[in-house]
Design a protein around this ligand. Structure first.
Ligand SMILES: NC(=O)c1ccc[n+]([C@@H]2O[C@H](COP(=O)([O-])OP(=O)(O)OC[C@H]3O[C@@H](n4cnc5c(N)ncnc54)[C@H](OP(=O)(O)O)[C@@H]3O)[C@@H](O)[C@H]2O)c1
Length: 287
């Protein structure tokens, strides 16, 4: 297993992270199972966890996932360092997902995340999604200010295009970009975001890497993935992750999990070596 760097931060992480979202949104399991899921991920070698203030049920529950992740890491019996990345720039009025990229909101959200995470400084703080109502440069400027104030160490973006990444880089150094990316949703490849991240030494965090919170079962019905999985004696989910890892050296998939066995299984995908032919077959298969 060769670790991957979070941009040029000097922080090297296990090539697959843990996405915290399924542990805190609608349909979530109880805290006991979530803590066991975090333990399973950490025991398997994962040392990077993605969360957000809005991974919760609604505005009255903001920070649910951040508090859970910190609790899990604290209760874990080992002292290996774990990097937690969180996000700001969205809200959950009555459970809906809305953007708020105003500098005032981002600054207040960062303060709330520092409290929920019980930290003095957030290692990687990501702007969750551009807000049509707020100039992108104002939102990114707020993250630059937070960095200058020592509240965050590195800045990440999410749900952005190449031109937005370029615009943000004029304001502050960008360590990571987090966009949707899996074998069925390939815009990040097709529109050049992944190759731009490679060129710039920015980590690309693939969200929904096994198809997404609601659609992930699609990989189980995928004939080609099942065939390749059978040959390697692994699961189709693990093949979907191994394919992403093979696509770029800056790729760090962050599969979500709310069950320990799924977090463990995702972590194990780093040891799968797909042949060039298998990669080409998957490339051609679902395009
Ligand atoms: N930046 C953004 O706008 C954004 C948007 C969406 C997601 N995200 C981030 O990306 C993470 C991942 O995305 P996602 O949760 O939407 O989708 P996903 O990772 O593609 O799918 C998650 C679901 O797939 C199942 N799963 C994952 N790995 C598996 C495995 N190895 N074997 C069997 N089942 C497996 C899990 O089921 P169980 O729950 O039953 O374990 C989980 O709920 C989120 O948790 C979140 O941190 C970011």
């Amino acid at each position: 297993m060769i670790p991957r760097e979070l941009g040029k931060s000097g922080i090297w992480v296990y090539p697959i992270g843990l996405g915290g979202m399924p542990m805190s949104i609608q349909g979530r399991q109880g805290p006991g199972q979530s803590i066991r899921t975090i333990f399973a991920a950490l025991d398997a070698g994962i040392n990077f966890i993605d969360t957000a203030d809005v991974y919760c049920l609604d505005n009255s529950d903001i920070g649910h996932n951040e508090r859970l992740i910190v609790q899990g890491i604290r209760e874990w019996q080992e002292s290996r360092p774990v990097t937690v990345a969180t996000k700001g720039g969205m809200e959950r009025p009555n459970g809906a997902w809305t953007t708020n990229g105003s500098p005032e909101h981002l600054k207040a959200a960062c303060e709330a995340s520092l409290k929920a995470l019980d930290m003095d400084c957030i290692t990687l703080y990501q702007f969750h999604a551009p807000d049509d109502e707020v100039p992108f440069s104002d939102s990114v400027g707020a993250l630059r200010d937070l960095r200058q104030e020592g509240k965050i160490l590195h800045v990440g973006l999410s749900n952005v295009s190449v031109s937005e990444i370029r615009e943000a880089q004029k304001i502050v150094e960008i360590a990571s970009v987090q966009n949707e990316c899996n074998l069925y949703v390939r815009e990040a490849f097709d529109e050049g975001v992944v190759s731009y991240c490679e060129e710039q030494g920015i980590a690309f965090l693939a969200y929904s890497p096994v198809g997404g919170h609601r659609k992930h079962r699609r990989v189980l019905e995928d004939r080609l993935l099942r065939e390749i999985a059978q040959k390697h004696d692994v699961t189709p989910y693990q093949i979907a992750l191994a394919w992403l890892l093979a696509k770029s050296p800056v790729m760090i998939p962050i599969p979500g999990a709310s069950r320990p066995e799924n977090a463990r299984s995702s972590a194990e995908a780093v040891s799968i070596q797909l042949s060039a032919e298998e990669i080409a077959q998957i490339d051609a298969h679902t395009k």
